[in-house]
Design a protein around this ligand. Structure first.
Ligand code: ACO
Length: 470
């Protein structure tokens, strides 16, 4: 009997985000918000968005084909494909089935998995499903592939600057450079109406912004305390933020990430953990008797704990913030775009280190889990993952749209949401070669995509023949 797979985890990653973005500074002016509200108040720099030629399916096609090509993975080697998304384009047909076009072309239709949906958490559910499959007796030796894809758009109003768009693709298998510490995990799941999408005629969510912030922080507390308890039980010693080299958060906007990390420090203070020195202890002692609800309301506690947390935030969290600040909240892809930022910034430093990951989906579902890094084996080395993702180049080559054009695009998308019988402009001038784009939705609501040609004789299958070739 073959021995069970070891070190199951993330072997490879690719990220795609639209080449179109709007600057938060310009959006503040356009929206009549006070100067600094979006950039300092929310902590955001710019926001990616899909134009009328891109959507979650085209972005996923681009990310998946790019991952397979760049890591030289034969599409026949994929045995499970799981998609996480909360962007609803069809209430029955999964996004996964659209992606099957890539594999059908290569004669592979033997691929398990469908879509997972619960707000921003679906990507984590998809990832756990793939890891569990590789670790299970059903595993047939092939790779799992996880796709997190969302276009986050909000109605006009205070939530609009917290949108974004991206797709992350992750290859899952044994002997990975990024592995799961499976026992080190805590979940918090409950019923809440903080952010939800009951209106199926609209792409926009219903949001109780303040409640969503509190729900998020409550879930951070609950997951962290559970994870600490489990660690203490299995290792016989206390866990504190000092035991995590990095902390990676689902990032609706950066300010909430700053507050969440400060919350971990406050939890460490309440647990008398080693990360809290004498000076911090003294500063936090006025807050030791607050009820849990009072602690969420206290602006003074928020200020003091953020100030205490700052040096550790700069070390453990700041390297994860590049993409979330630049592309915005990408829902299911948000946590993994923060993780991609960490690999981009620190890939040469990561071997032997631990990252705590916090995944949150409104409604609500949340899990904190732990990942461990090693250098990996070619082509699945951390340095190669960083160079394949090529985050700096992708960010640098973006096109800034004025806010008026961004708003105009959202208006057109509102009109087209759930619509049939239209053709897009097919304008691919801003897309890089190899990018998929939407060409048409026909009279039966069927969606058709094409690929912008890659004129590189070294890359096979580049002629845009996949994806219904319309
Ligand atoms: N300069 C600097 N800071 C400013 C300025 C300014 N000119 N103006 C306001 N601010 C600060 C505020 O003090 C506040 O900071 P604080 O959080 O430390 O108090 C911050 O900017 C935001 O200002 P608010 O008035 O609180 O913002 P508003 O209520 O209008 O909207 C919100 C913020 C609720 C986050 C909204 O964008 C939203 O609903 N977003 C979607 C929901 C969301 O992302 N929830 C998070 C978890 S759920 C999820 O992931 C979808």
């Amino acid at each position: 009997m073959a021995s069970p797979p070891k070190n199951v985890g993330i072997l490879a990653m690719e990220i795609y985000f639209p080449p179109t973005c709007v600057k938060q500074e310009a959006l503040e002016v356009h929206d009549g918000a006070s100067k600094g509200k979006y950039t300092i108040g929310l902590g955001q720099d710019s926001m990616a968005f899909c134009t009328e030629v891109e959507d979650i399916i085209s972005m996923s096609l681009t990310a998946v084909t790019s991952l397979l090509e760049k890591y030289n993975v034969d599409p026949k080697q994929i045995g499970r494909l799981e998609v996480g998304s909360e962007t609803v384009l069809d209430k029955s047909k999964s996004i996964k089935t659209f992606l099957m076009q890539v594999f059908e072309e290569h004669g592979n239709t033997d691929i398990e998995g469908v879509d997972s949906t619960n707000a921003c958490y679906g990507g984590t559910a998809a990832l756990f499903n793939c890891v569990n499959w590789v670790e299970s007796s059903s595993w047939d030796g092939r790779y799992g592939l996880v796709v997190c894809t969302d276009s986050a758009v909000y109605a006009e109003g205070p939530a609009r600057p917290t949108g974004g768009a991206a797709t992350i693709a992750m290859l899952v298998g044994p002997d990975a450079p990024i592995t799961f510490e499976s026992k080190l995990r805590g979940s918090h799941m409950a019923h809440a109406y903080d952010f939800y999408k009951p209106n199926l005629a609209s792409e926009y969510p219903v949001v109780d912004g303040k409640l969503s912030q509190t729900c998020y922080l409550m879930a951070v507390d609950s997951c962290y305390n559970l994870l600490c308890t489990k660690y203490e039980k299995s290792e016989g010693k206390q866990f504190s933020v000092n035991d995590a080299d990095y902390v990676v958060f689902h990032s609706p906007y950066n300010k909430l990430v700053q507050k969440s990390f400060a919350r971990l420090m406050y939890n460490d203070f309440l647990r008398s953990a080693s990360s809290i020195d004498e000076d911090a202890k003294e500063k936090l002692s006025p807050f030791s008797n607050l009820s849990i609800n009072e602690s969420y309301q206290s602006r003074d506690l928020e200020k003091v704990s953020q100030q205490i947390a700052k040096p550790l935030y700069d070390k453990k969290v700041q390297p994860t913030t590049l993409l979330p600040k630049q592309i915005g909240n990408t829902y299911t892809a948000s946590l993994y775009s923060a993780f991609a930022s960490l690999i981009h910034n620190e890939h040469s430093e990561l071997a032997g280190k631990r990252a705590l990951m916090f995944s949150y989906g409104s409604g609500l579902t949340a899990t904190m889990f732990s990942l461990h890094f090693n250098e990996g084996q070619h082509p699945f080395r951390l340095s190669n993952i960083a160079s394949v993702m090529n985050v700096a180049k992708k960010l640098k080559s973006r096109h800034e749209f004025p806010p008026e054009k961004f708003v105009e695009t959202l208006k057109l998308m509102e009109h087209r949401y759930g619509a049939k019988e239209y053709v897009t402009s097919k304008d691919t001038s801003l897309l890089v070669p190899g990018t998929y784009y939407l060409t048409e939705v026909d009279s039966m609501y069927r969606r058709f995509y094409a690929k912008k040609p890659v004129y590189d004789s070294n890359i096979p299958h580049q002629n845009g023949s996949v994806a219904n070739g319309h």
